[in-house]
Design a protein around this ligand. Structure first.
Ligand code: CP
Length: 354
């Protein structure tokens, strides 16, 4: 399977999406090897170079992996003999624990290395650390790093498969894939579905990766944020928007009430206090007044609308406490889906990726 060139995805009219539902699951104990036989991508660095077919193939594989999770003993030896390192230089609960569990369920050996407590604290460089992991037999490295682009450096440094578990403000591909999994399971097809992403778009790797994957799958994406929390390309002139590195076209709104009207899904993003440091967001209370997902605002979305959040949440800031715990909310389902999606990614890359 070959990725389409950058910039061509999401431009064609989408065919109907592969449904992701219980009834699509393979029979219990189905072998998975066929799922990897056509897979050729060595790394998962972002979703921006994935074609629609590649995204749907990962999500169909995740659906097969969900069958394993339903077994009385959720284990399969599909990755027996594979060694995976979780290399995390930044805090994480969901991504790190689900990658660890995903590898273990598939029978891989999984070793966790974090910035604190490792030789990184003694000044070891990223390249030296990667070479060390390679020397002890890493088949794959799942890495989270505060520097945008670090996984690309890793992919050039060692022979193993690299999975980007979040790099700086740049990309979070498995979060975008699990969000697409939830949306496809809900709606069957994202063609023409209206998805609103509200919050700190500027610093959000989740927003960037979701914009790529959702537009590739045919969704109409609207981003909502105060102007200082939007990337320059979204407030730029038309000519600048055609820059090859610009994000795909999305609607940009400053008024959440207007954006949310009739939406099929609304995704709130965390206010990242560690990145804002009071510079771009002088008042959290004022932000909450204008941009918080409240029950009143969500009531103006489509009747079937769902609410999403990648977590961790600041309840009472970007999302109301009642909304975060409402029946429309899919936050726990997102976390659960992350396990099956990460199993699929590890399986496809290590069993199929060249
Ligand atoms: N959504 C997400 O990446 O959460 P963690 O930082 O807990 O992994």
């Amino acid at each position: 399977m070959v990725a389409e060139p950058l910039g061509t995805q999401g431009l064609e009219a989408p065919a109907s999406a592969t449904p992701i539902s219980e009834s699509d699951r393979p029979p219990a104990h189905a072998p998975f090897d066929d799922l990897a036989s056509d897979w050729r991508l060595r790394h998962l660095l972002d979703v921006d170079t994935l074609s629609r077919d590649e995204i749907l193939h990962i999500l169909s594989t995740a659906n097969a992996m969900a069958e394993v999770l339903d077994r009385p003993v959720a284990r399969t030896p599909a990755l027996r003999g594979v060694t995976i390192f979780n290399l995390f230089y930044e805090a994480s609960t969901r991504t790190r624990s689900s990658f660890e569990l995903a590898g273990k369920i598939l029978g891989a050996d999984v070793i966790n290395v974090s910035g604190s407590g490792s030789s990184v604290e003694k000044g070891e460089s990223l390249v030296e650390t990667l070479n060390t992991l390679s020397a002890v037999g890493a088949d794959a490295v799942v890495m989270r790093h505060p520097a945008s682009g670090a996984p690309w450096l890793a992919a050039r440094t060692i022979d193993g498969h690299i999975v980007n578990a979040g790099d700086g403000q740049h990309a979070h591909p498995t979060q975008a894939l699990l969000d697409a999994y939830i949306l496809l399971r809900e709606f069957g097809d994202l063609g023409g579905r209206k998805v609103v992403i509200v919050g700190d778009i500027l610093h959000s790797r989740v927003a960037r990766s979701n914009i790529w994957s959702l537009t590739t799958l045919g969704a109409e994406v609207t981003v909502v944020a105060p102007r200082p929390l939007l990337p320059a390309s979204m407030t730029a002139s038309a000519a600048e928007k055609e820059h090859p590195l610009a994000l795909p076209a999305v609607q940009v709104e400053s008024d959440l009430d207007r954006a949310i009207a009739g939406a099929d899904a609304v995704m709130a993003l965390r206010i990242q206090n560690e990145r804002l440091r009071g510079r771009l967001l002088p008042s959290t209370a004022e932000y909450a007044r204008r941009y918080q997902l409240t029950a009143e605002r969500v009531a103006n979305a489509a009747p079937h609308a769902i609410v999403m959040h990648p977590g961790p949440m600041n309840e009472g800031v970007e999302i109301g406490v009642d909304v975060a715990h409402s029946p429309q909310c899919r936050i726990e389902a997102q976390v659960s889906a992350g396990l099956a999606v990460r199993m699929a990614v590890l399986f496809l890359l290590t069993r199929g990726g060249v």
